[in-house]
Design a protein around this ligand. Structure first.
Ligand code: F3S
Length: 755
């Protein structure tokens, strides 16, 4: 048995009482999010009306999931936490490190050779600490979690920003950095800023070409990439009951694209049938027995404006299919306007590659709806006019789809079936024809489309859409094709229109799998000794970061003033760098190499204050570090949006960056910086960003009186001898200030356990 039924039984045994207690204390009806949060308060933490978006509260999540790229650093940190086994059920999933090139079989073989050392490390450490291990090829973390571990009313954290995918089954699932995962695996309370609540009321029913993906694509356009920051998006209304649990997973998954803490759907009969179809009948019937606690209270949804901080209504019956992009997931266009937008912006019209997969859209239902489009095109004599790539979400989906003839249909249409892994979604795509900087267009069923994310080419215009729309555009080979209104020419010269897609929410013949790829920890695993070769290029033992020396930061040189978007992809690029995720020193050579320098509009070219020469960002940081100087990074809005990767926080820390000063932070990244002992500050007045000059020396004053809620002072000494001073805001609470002083949260944890 892969899932731990006892865990769920225990959670459900206490949940009704805890929810009732919260309702009694707060004396009001509750939203679903509140029910889950209040039933997961850390022991000793009282129920009260915490300030949403303000108060930090300690929680006790039920599980932890880690993907292979982030698990390396999380487990390296766990090894320093002084535990013999994990305190809550945890799993590792090998999905990010498999490069998509030829096909599933060949790519998996290659991955097992090139990543052997890392897989072995993850396997051994998992075994030692009692962590479940999913082998390479077993599937993408969030699909595997949805199929095996997610349960309504549960709470989990995962070291991946699309962990909220499990919200499709009513679980509050939150993406975090590895250091947070270590806290929970070490049995410590897990701290979260009490989220605001965005209620999304769904009415009506999807029809025709519209898919669950279109709900979130539309919402991304409304909320933008920052609109969900510090908020949980909770869906309610009769429309929620009209589509599948995996469709709900898709919507929750992409809540990460609007910066939401997480997203969640109420438990309903669709959730129950998915639980049953995935071998968890007992969970479905237990959930049914406490259904009132796994849904928002009726009074809350009847007057949503009284219970949610913001309410958005979407009528599914009138929802058009959307295509979002390029370069940002919140550029949302209904299909009826998309062709005009392509022409107006002169985007490359030829649709070159259609990709279906990723944790967002790789379910059995996704594959069946997409293949229905492919099948009828074949029947109508219409060929496929672009390259086609499919990544199934899990081995269970792949095996079942193969059994049901779905993969054969795709292959007949020229599609390549890649491994059950992330692949092109995270730059793990060896695209022979990408042609360096050649402008081109691709459409994916993925979630993110930042420049370079898929194939490393900054001029690849990546658009995201539902799998069925990806299939239609791949068949058409033209980005401007609208299957709702346009026709395609068939082999007889006739003009035919593609019929609406259809599919199965779960396989009519049931799911099946021969070898799921799961490896349970062995009973004597704790005796294992973990050896890391000091000469390894992929893995490096972590040395604790130095503690704060007790002084203000004085006259630090500016490392880079970043202009515009700076995601964690810009700070710590993925693709080829994924192989160094377990080696902090080596991966630090990618630090901020994708960020644009505000002074010369170039990437990876910053001025050495000593010589005036332009150096690569990591090169200058290493030089300043070797001189014992440290440095400062300045940036604009939503710094660190995107993936939860903590390397984006650890690399600057390792290369002696002392302060990150920005107009605003993305939530996960700000916490990651704090965990690593960095000083993360925001401009009190955003216009002060303009005062920073290339040759400034920057001081931060007030650290000796570093307390919650009191601003710090930044002083600039310009090269001409003039100065500027302004206030910088911080969001550190008492505990986080201790992390800063100790040098990192892990150091602070170590200190506590020594006391
Ligand atoms: Fe993997 Fe892409 Fe999801 S990297 S976990 S498929 S967002």
């Amino acid at each position: 048995m892969i899932f731990d039924f006892n865990l769920i039984r225990n959670v459900y045994a206490g949940l009704p009482r805890k929810v009732q207690e919260a309702k009694r204390v707060l004396n009001r009806p509750l939203t679903l999010t509140e029910k889950i949060l209040f039933s997961h308060l850390s022991p000793g933490i009282p129920v009260k009306d915490y300030l949403r978006g303000g108060d930090y509260v300690d929680f006790a999540p039920d599980r932890v999931a880690m993907q292979d790229a982030t698990a390396q650093m999380a487990l390296l940190q766990l090894m320093n936490a002084g535990r013999s086994s994990v305190a809550v059920p945890s799993t590792v999933h090998c999905d990010h490190l498999i490069q998509a090139y030829k096909d599933a079989r060949a790519d998996l073989q290659t991955a097992n050779v090139t990543n052997r050392e890392v897989y072995e490390f993850l396997r051994e450490v998992s075994d030692k600490y009692g962590i479940g291990f999913w082998e390479p090829g077993a599937g993408i973390i969030h699909q595997v979690v949805l199929e095996n571990y997610a349960f309504p009313g549960g709470m989990m954290i995962g070291t991946d920003s699309h962990t909220p995918n499990a919200g499709g089954l009513g679980m509050l699932a939150i993406g975090v950095g590895g250091a947070d995962a270590v806290d929970v695996m070490a049995g410590l309370p897990w701290e979260l800023k009490m989220p605001r609540l965005i209620g999304v009321k769904l009415t009506g029913r999807l029809s025709g070409w519209a898919a669950p993906k279109d709900v979130i694509l539309k919402l991304a356009g409304i909320l933008t990439v920052k609109g969900g920051t510090n908020a949980v998006i909770e869906y309610f209304g009769e429309g929620t009951e009209t589509f599948s649990a995996t469709g709900k997973g898709t919507i929750c998954n992409m809540g990460a694209e609007v910066g939401a803490t997480t997203s969640v759907f109420p438990f309903d009969e669709k959730s129950a049938s998915y639980l049953e179809a995935t071998g968890r009948k007992e969970v479905a019937s237990l959930a049914r027995s406490i259904v009132g606690h796994l849904r928002p209270d009726p009074e809350a949804v009847a007057s949503p404006h009284d219970y949610y901080d913001r309410v958005i209504e979407i009528d599914l019956s009138t929802l058009e299919p959307y295509i979002n992009g390029p370069f940002t997931p919140d550029a949302a266009y209904p299909i009826s306007q998309f062709a005009r937008m392509v022409e107006e912006n002169d985007y490359p019209r030829k649709m070159e590659v259609g990709l279906i997969g990723s944790c967002t859209n790789s379910s059995y239902e996704d594959l069946t709806r997409a293949v229905s489009v492919v099948k009828q095109a074949k029947e109508d004599g219409v060929g496929v006019n672009a390259q086609f790539i499919i990544n199934p979400g899990s081995e269970q989906i792949r095996y079942t789809a193969e059994r049901d003839g779905i993969l054969a249909e795709f292959e007949e249409a020229g599609a390549v079936i890649m491994a059950n892994a992330c692949g092109p979604c995270i730059g793990q795509w060896k695209r022979d024809d990408a042609g360096g900087q050649r402008p081109n267009s691709i459409v994916t069923s993925f979630n993110r489309n930042f420049a370079k994310r898929n194939d490393g080419n900054p001029n690849t215009h990546a658009f995201v859409a539902s799998p069925e729309l990806v299939a239609a555009l791949t068949i058409a080979g033209d980005l401007r094709f609208n299957p709702l209104t346009d026709t395609l020419e068939n082999d007889k010269g006739q003009h035919v229109r593609l019929a609406e897609p259809s599919g199965y929410e779960t396989p009519p013949g049931g799911y099946d799998v021969q070898e799921a790829g799961y490896r349970a920890p062995s009973p004597d695993g704790h005796n294992k000794e973990i050896i890391i070769d000091p000469a390894s290029k992929r893995l490096q033992k972590l040395a604790p970061f130095p503690a704060w020396d007790g002084n203000d930061f004085e006259r630090l040189p500016l490392l880079i003033k970043v202009k515009g978007k700076c995601t964690t992809d810009h700070i710590s690029m993925a693709g080829p760098w994924l192989r160094f995720r377990g080696h902090l020193d080596n991966i630090s050579d990618n630090m901020l190499i994708g960020a644009v320098n505000a002074f010369n509009n170039q990437t990876n070219a910053v001025r050495d204050p000593e010589t005036g020469e332009y150096l690569a960002v990591p090169q200058l940081a290493r030089k300043l570090k070797s001189q014992g100087l440290g440095s400062v990074v300045v940036a604009e809005e939503n710094y660190g949006e995107g993936s939860s990767r903590e390397h984006a926080a650890m690399e600057p820390r390792h290369l002696a960056v002392k302060v990150i000063l920005v107009k605003s932070f993305a939530r996960i990244h700000e916490t990651n910086l704090k965990k690593q002992g960095m000083l993360a500050l925001t401009f009190a007045d955003k216009d002060d960003y303009d005062k920073i000059r290339e040759d400034d020396k920057i001081s931060v004053r007030g650290l000796n009186r570093f307390v919650p809620g009191v601003n710090l002072t930044v002083e600039l000494l310009h090269a001409d001898g003039s100065t500027d001073a302004f206030e910088a805001v911080h969001t550190y609470n008492k505990q986080q200030i201790e992390w800063f002083k100790a040098g990192s949260a892990l150091n602070a944890m170590g200190k506590k356990s020594k006391v």
